[in-house]
Write a protein that binds this ligand. Structure first.
Ligand code: SF4
Length: 282
């Protein structure tokens, strides 16, 4: 018998006043949020120590839906805000959940420099290949020849290979999954939540409402069928060779190394400067 008024066990992780969410049927954003919440739950993380930061775009709503301290920031500036949060209190776990347009077009410079510095930030990027929220314009990850509202004859700009970009910029952890690989995605999120330094997870996520509709995949299911057909799990392969094509989406972990984070190096540096100053004063 179903108990009346039984609360969903994960409701504590969500801001119920913000639900129902705004995402379209078949959108992958809910799967990304679900994986994040599962990871937080499995690690029994202290919600008072967790900060979720998002930029502009459909997935940017995540900051509002998670029941933690959160920032829904200006366009492209999620990493700039998150850097400030981490530097103000390095003990906080800071997770950025944002889209390909926000993180890699207007926010591209923030991304490469946060990765280069090895800021202790965990970035989850829902890559839906277009600017879904603003009407489906072509973005920095739109595959060649794909149709969007601003490339009605097919995209002629070469897209970023995000895992290669993240690895080349210095990220200590880089993985790519699709929304079909829920368990592996959750496992990766758990891993980065326990890891030092700048970590990046790309999630190929369906936008059936706009990108799918323009590219003859009108439902979330059709997009997931594409992911299933095209995905190849090839862990620790060369990220430079992991360009996404309609026929092949290489998924897996690409980088997992240890490197001192910016905030730790900064702390060490300040301690040394203070020690020296004390010596000179004595
Ligand atoms: S427009 Fe696309 S990305 Fe945005 S909520 Fe709808 S399906 Fe999801």
């Amino acid at each position: 018998m179903v108990q009346e008024n039984m609360e969903h066990p994960f409701l504590k992780y969500l801001r119920s006043a913000m639900i129902p969410h705004i995402w379209c049927p078949g959108c992958g954003n809910g799967i990304v949020l679900n994986s994040l919440v599962h990871a937080i739950d499995e690690l029994q993380m202290d919600l008072d120590n967790l900060v979720v930061v998002s930029g502009i775009g459909c997935i940017g709503r995540t900051a509002g839906y998670t029941n933690t301290d959160s920032f829904h920031t200006t366009h492209g500036r999620s990493l700039a805000f998150a850097t400030g949060v981490k530097l103000a209190n390095p003990e906080l776990d800071v997770v950025i959940v944002s889209g390909d347009g926000d993180l890699f077009a207007i926010g591209g410079n923030h991304f490469i420099h946060a990765a280069r510095r090895n800021m202790g930030l965990k970035v989850i990027c829902a890559n839906n290949f277009n600017y879904g929220m603003t009407g489906g314009q072509q973005g920095p990850t739109t595959p060649l020849e794909s149709l969007t509202t601003t490339s009605p004859h097919g995209n002629i700009e070469h897209p970023f290979n995000l895992v290669h970009l993240a690895a080349a910029s210095g990220a200590t952890y880089v993985a790519r999954w699709t929304t079909l690989h829920v368990r592996r995605l959750t496992h990766s999120i758990k891993k980065v939540l326990q890891k030092e330094g700048f970590c990046f997870i790309e999630v190929i996520s369906p936008c059936p409402e706009i990108f799918g509709r323009y590219n003859r995949m009108r439902s979330g299911l059709e997009m997931m069928e594409w992911f299933k057909k095209a995905s190849v799990v090839d862990s620790f392969s060369d990220p430079a060779k992991a360009e996404i094509t309609p026929e092949r989406i290489v998924v897996g972990e690409f980088v997992d190394v240890e490197k001192l984070s910016y905030e730790k190096l900064l702390h060490e540096k300040i301690s040394k400067i203070n020690e020296k100053a004390m010596e000179q004063m004595s």
